[in-house]
Design a protein around this ligand. Structure first.
Ligand SMILES: *[C@@H]1O[C@H](CO)[C@@H](O)[C@H](O)[C@H]1NC(C)=O
Ligand SMILES: *[C@@H]1O[C@H](CO)[C@@H](O)[C@H](O)[C@H]1NC(C)=O
Ligand SMILES: *[C@@H]1O[C@H](CO)[C@@H](O)[C@H](O)[C@H]1NC(C)=O
Ligand SMILES: *[C@@H]1O[C@H](CO)[C@@H](O)[C@H](O)[C@H]1NC(C)=O
Ligand SMILES: *[C@@H]1O[C@H](CO)[C@@H](O)[C@H](O)[C@H]1NC(C)=O
Ligand SMILES: *[C@@H]1O[C@H](CO)[C@@H](O)[C@H](O)[C@H]1NC(C)=O
Length: 694
């Protein structure tokens, strides 16, 4: 390892030193085998020269107003592929500034003070992408006859972004007419008020247009008529009320979120028969005609979030939208009731009905949506959920039921949701979470029960039942923050063998012997904590950031003058098994004094010991073999059994290591009359499987 590191460092040093001795004063040059040489400068000084293989140049905050002719070629930068010269004072660009840069493809001149460019600036090079965002461009000069208004000539330009450039009129846009190979045009955040018929008529190769955040309230019917390849149109954040009459036959992706739509009529989407993604989020839509989505049978993603939809919605709304994949009604708080939509939704995997004011859901809510993977019902007013509600969703992976008014869940509610991986239950009124709930959800990975009313997690019998049935044994993340937990018991965690993150913050946790043992366990298991606050805070723990260490939490909950000192905590190995606080008087926990908890070092030594033991046996066997004058007659089966008998790896039928393992483990409880006997829960939690031997 060390040697490799040294070699790598040496090579790096050689590369940097040898290649870039002559990087100019105001620059740093770096070499990357993927991207070629890069130079980052604060100034460009004509009298200096760059090393020959620089392909990417960045000048942040370019200090000069001018970019003189052949500057880059004179600097020895004729191999440049990209130039980024942004956020500076650049105003005038000589028409030959880039001449000779035959490989230049990307040019970023955003956020300078450029008003005008000579139309021929890029005519002789093969620029593909040009970014002029944030320049106060003057595209149109009333002095010049209209047919001579040309912003730029370029056959090669494919992408042009002109966001925040003060473009306001049809004439400004028409000045782009000589960029006939343009495929992507970004005119977002300008002052366009309307889109007119011939506006884009020369840009017939456009595929994507971004017109978001202008003031467009009207679009002429034939605005996009000449653009056959147009697949994406972004009109987000414009005061648009309708798209009636506009036809874009090949359009796949339409974003009209944040506009002013109030209703969707049967004809609203008729001009976009190929539509596959439609964003209508954050409009003021009150009603949707039953036939609106009939004209877009290819629709896959529909976002209707944050409108003013009122229930009940027509249950035939999506009757012909078999291809739906994602559907969101999030934040339409007046829906109150959602029907089971008629139709067939074999591709629908994501259904968001959060914040819809729903007071109830049932198995009907998800009927015909049998392939849902992610369901969000958060932020409604559900008091009760029918046990059959999720029964037709065998593929459900993520379920969010947070922020409702639930007091309990039926023990069979997840019985068909064997793939459930993430479950959010926070912000409800649960006092208890019966482990049987999770009996079938063996893949559960994340459980969020923060901000509920839990006073404890599981009692001892439940905990052991969980361990015996591997309930929650795959859980990685558990959030019980913001509950009313006062005691943390070691038995809570005996089934959670894979826990990696635990948030116990904002609980009135008390300092109990068990608490420090839980902390030990968490540290040994390398479980990550989140911040903690307790009512007995002495170190102002509520100010501690995420990722405080468990020992800090321990010190906060159990101040150093208490019995469980930090010192104690550092040497847990010398401690005897903890006395288990119990929920029930019937439970008696004997402590086995003669079995001090000495591990995991014990395991290490045991392994070494058994290896040595095995080695000794092999040597012994070889001596034995040679003494028996073992003949070369080939393999004899009976020899194998002799070998077994002699080769004493096993002792009393169990391998040495297994025995040691079990001795350090904690057996399951034995119900002996009404008594439960337990040996050192903690060790068990750490050790895993073991047998009862009390
Ligand atoms: C742009 O330049 C200004 C001053 O010239 C500076 O304060 C700001 O941090 C720069 N922004 C970026 C993104 O470089
Ligand atoms: C729809 O638009 C809104 C805001 O304009 C955005 O937040 C949301 O992510 C978009 N939805 C999709 C599915 O992209
Ligand atoms: C469910 O929706 C709420 C908002 O309504 C959001 O905050 C939450 O992150 C969503 N849950 C999931 C799992 O995406
Ligand atoms: C919903 O459950 C009711 C009875 O609980 C049953 O009659 C109905 O068929 C179920 N619907 C679906 C779609 O499974
Ligand atoms: C543990 O909890 C379960 C379910 O809440 C209850 O039935 C059982 O009596 C409890 N057992 C003990 C020992 O408290
Ligand atoms: C646990 O939940 C609380 C409240 O919902 C949240 O603030 C906290 O960030 C979550 N903890 C982690 C570790 O995600």
């Amino acid at each position: 390892m060390k040697l490799q590191a040294v070699v790598v460092l040496a090579l790096l040093g050689v590369c940097l030193g040898a290649v870039f001795q002559d990087c100019p004063r105001h620059c740093t040059c770096t070499q990357s085998s993927f991207a070629g040489g890069q130079a980052k400068c604060s100034q460009l000084d004509r009298r200096e020269r760059f090393p020959p293989d620089i392909t990417h140049l960045t000048v942040a905050n370019y200090p000069d107003e001018r970019l003189p002719a052949r500057l880059f070629v004179d600097l020895g930068l004729d191999g440049l592929l990209s130039i980024k010269l942004n956020n500076g004072s650049l105003m005038y660009i000589n028409k030959d500034a880039f001449t000779g840069l035959n490989y230049l493809e990307d040019l970023d001149l955003s956020f300078n003070k450029i008003e005008k460019l000579d139309p021929h600036t890029f005519e002789t090079i093969h620029l593909k992408r040009l970014n002029l965002d944030g320049n106060p461009l003057v595209m149109y000069d009333p002095q010049v006859p209209k047919e001579m208004q040309v912003f730029l000539y370029s056959d090669s330009l494919v992408e042009l972004t002109l966001s925040q450039t003060k473009i306001t009129s049809m004439e400004d846009v028409q000045a782009l007419s000589k960029l006939t190979n343009l495929e992507f045009l970004d005119l977002s955040r300008n002052g366009l008020k309307e889109l007119k018929d011939d506006m884009f008529s020369s840009l017939i190769n456009l595929e994507e247009i971004d017109l978001s955040y202008n003031q467009i309230s009207h679009i002429d019917r034939d605005t996009f008529a000449d653009i056959e390849e147009l697949t994406l149109l972004n009109l987000r954040g414009n005061p648009l009320k309708t798209l009636e009459g506009i036809e874009i036959p090949g359009l796949k992706d339409l974003d009209v979120s944040n506009c002013k739509f109030v209703m969707l009529a049967a004809s609203t989407l008729e001009g976009f028969p190929e539509l596959s993604s439609l964003n209508l989020s954050q409009n003021s839509i009150l009603s949707i005609d039953m036939d609106t989505f009939m004209s877009v049978p290819s629709l896959k993603d529909l976002d209707l979030s944050y409108n003013n939809l009122r229930g009940p919605l027509n249950n035939l709304l999506f009757e012909f939208n078999k291809r739906l994949e994602t559907l969101s009604f999030q934040g339409n708080s007046e829906i109150k009731y959602l029907p089971g939509f008629k139709g067939d939704f074999p591709n629908l995997y994501n259904y968001d009905i959060s914040k819809c004011g729903l007071t109830g859901i049932s198995n009907d809510t998800f009927s015909n949506m049998n392939y849902l993977v992610s369901v969000n019902v958060s932020g409604n007013s559900l008091v009760h959920i029918d046990p059959k509600t999720f029964s037709n969703l065998p593929n459900l992976v993520v379920l969010d039921l947070s922020n409702n008014l639930l007091h309990a869940l039926h023990s069979k509610i997840f019985i068909n949701n064997k793939d459930l991986t993430k479950l959010y239950l926070s912000g409800n009124f649960f006092k208890h979470l019966p482990p049987v709930l999770f009996q079938t959800t063996t893949k559960l990975h994340l459980l969020d029960v923060s901000n509920c009313r839990l006073t404890s997690l599981w009692n001892i019998s439940e905990s052991f039942m969980m361990r015996n049935r591997n309930i929650l044994s795959k859980l990685v993340y558990l959030n019980v923050s913001g509950n009313k937990l006062t005691k943390l018991h070691t038995h809570y965690f005996i089934s959670l063998q894979n826990l990696q993150k635990l948030d116990i913050s904002n609980n009135p946790i008390e300092c109990t012997p068990d608490f420090s043992h839980v902390m030990q366990w968490l540290i040994m298991k390398k479980v990550e904590p989140n911040k903690v606050t307790t009512e007995r805070t002495i170190y102002g723990l509520d100010l501690i950031e995420n990722n405080v260490k468990w020992d800090e939490i321990l010190r906060g909950v159990c101040p150093t003058d208490a019995v469980y000192t930090n010192d104690h905590f550092v040497h847990p190995i010398t401690e005897t098994a903890p006395l288990l606080p119990v929920d029930n008087d019937d439970v008696v926990i004997p402590i086995i004094e003669e079995t001090p908890l000495v591990w995991p070092m014990v395991l290490v030594w045991a392994s070494i010991f058994s290896l040595l033991f095995a080695l000794a046996n092999i040597i012994g066997l070889m001596i034995y073999r040679s003494r028996r004058n073992y003949s070369g007659l080939g393999y004899r089966p009976q020899f194998a059994s002799t070998l077994d008998g002699h080769f004493q790896v096993r002792r009393g039928g169990r391998p040495v290591y297994q025995k040691l393992y079990e001795e350090c483990s904690i057996p399951a409880p034995v119900h002996d009359g009404k008594k439960v006997r337990i040996v050192a829960i903690l060790g068990n939690a750490l050790g895993g499987k073991s047998n009862v031997d009390v």
